[in-house]
Design a protein around this ligand. Structure first.
Ligand code: MN
Ligand code: MN
Length: 284
C-alpha cells in the first residue's frame, strides 16, 4: 500500500475501477550524459500536488476520473530484466482494458510498453531520432529506442515530432526507409495544428501510443533532462499534441526527466502534461 504523498495526486480510484493506470519506471542504466532519470517518478508525483483538480478547458475534475497509481515497477540493474518487468506489467494493464501511463525513467523503457499492444501506431515527441542500431554496446539503449520500435511495429506506423538532433547514419536510415519525422523548424513554419492534422491523416488509426521524451521541449522550459538540446518545442505545442491525439491515444509515457539537473520546473511541467492527458482523454 502506498502512502498518499507517494501516489500521483488525485489517483483515488481502485485498480478494478480505473480507466487509467499510472506507474513509475525508475531506471536509467543506459543514460550517457546526465543520468538520474530513475529519480523522476517520485519527483513527478510530488510535483503533481501543485495543481488544481479541476481542468477548465475540458470541464473535468481529475477527482472524478478513475485512475490508479500502481507505484513503481521493480527496479533491476539489468536492462533486459527491467524491460521484461515493464512488459509484464503493461500487458496486464492493457489486457484488463485500461490505459497505461508510464513515468520514466529513460526512453528505452517505451519499447516494452509498445510490445504489450497489438496493432499499435506511435507518435514520439523527441529532440533526437533515437534510430541508432546500437549505442555503447546496448541494443536497448535510450538512443536506439525508435529503431527498436520501428522493427516491432513497422515504418509506416511511426511518426516523430520535434526532431533536431541525430547522427548522420540516423538521418540516412530515416531517409532510406522513408520514416516520417517533423523537425522543430517545420513545426514553426507550418504551425503545430497543420502538422498534427497531417500526422492523424498519415497514421489513419484510432490506436495510438504517445511517447514524450521531455527533451523535445526547449531546455529553457525543461532543463532537467538527460540530453538537453536547444531550439526545442514550446510547452503549449506539446499540450496541443496531447489534446489533439487524446481521442486516439491508448497508451502514454513521459520519460527522460533528470531531477538532479532540475530546479523543479521540469518535474512540474511533466506532472502537468500527464494531468492534461488524463483530463483530455478522461473527458473524451
Ligand atoms: Mn529519446
Ligand atoms: Mn531525446
Amino acid at each position: 500500500m502506498l502512502l498518499s504523498a507517494e501516489i500521483f495526486a488525485d489517483a483515488n480510484s481502485e485498480y478494478i475501477d480505473a480507466k487509467f493506470v499510472i506507474f513509475g519506471a525508475p531506471f536509467d542504466e543506459t543514460s550517457c550524459f546526465r543520468s538520474g532519470s530513475k529519480r523522476a517518478p517520485s519527483e513527478i508525483r510530488k510535483a503533481s500536488y501543485n495543481f488544481e483538480t479541476y481542468n477548465a478547458q475540458y470541464d473535468v475534475d481529475l477527482c472524478d476520473v478513475p485512475f490508479f497509481d500502481l507505484g513503481d515497477i521493480k527496479r533491476s540493474v539489468s536492462v533486459d530484466e527491467m524491460l521484461k518487468n515493464i512488459r509484464n506489467s503493461v500487458c496486464e494493464i492493457v489486457n484488463d482494458g485500461k490505459i497505461p501511463i508510464m513515468m520514466g525513467g529513460e526512453h528505452s523503457l517505451t519499447y516494452p510498453c509498445i510490445q504489450a499492444f497489438d496493432c499499435i501506431s506511435i507518435v514520439v515527441l523527441d529532440a533526437h531520432l533515437d534510430l541508432r542500431d546500437e549505442y555503447e554496446g546496448y541494443k536497448h539503449s535510450h538512443a536506439c529506442v525508435s529503431r527498436r520500435i520501428i522493427e516491432e511495429i513497422g515504418d509506416i506506423n511511426y511518426v516523430s515530432i520535434g526532431i533536431r538532433s541525430g547522427a548522420k547514419e540516423e538521418y540516412d536510415f530515416a531517409s532510406k526507409r522513408d520514416i516520417l519525422f517533423y523537425t522543430v523548424s517545420r513545426i514553426q513554419a507550418e504551425g503545430i495544428s497543420n502538422v498534427m492534422h497531417d500526422v492523424v491523416e498519415y497514421l489513419n488509426t484510432d490506436r495510438i501510443y504517445l511517447s514524450i521524451d521531455v527533451d523535445v521541449i526547449d531546455p529553457a522550459y525543461a532543463p532537467g533532462v538527460g540530453n538537453p538540446e536547444p531550439f526545442g518545442m514550446i510547452p503549449a505545442d506539446v499540450k496541443y499534441v496531447i489534446q489533439l491525439l487524446a481521442p486516439y491515444t491508448i497508451g502514454f509515457d513521459l520519460v527522460e526527466i533528470s531531477p538532479d539537473y532540475d530546479h523543479g520546473q521540469t518535474a512540474l511541467l511533466g506532472a502537468k502534461l500527464i494531468r492534461e492527458f488524463i483530463a483530455a482523454k478522461g473527458s473524451s
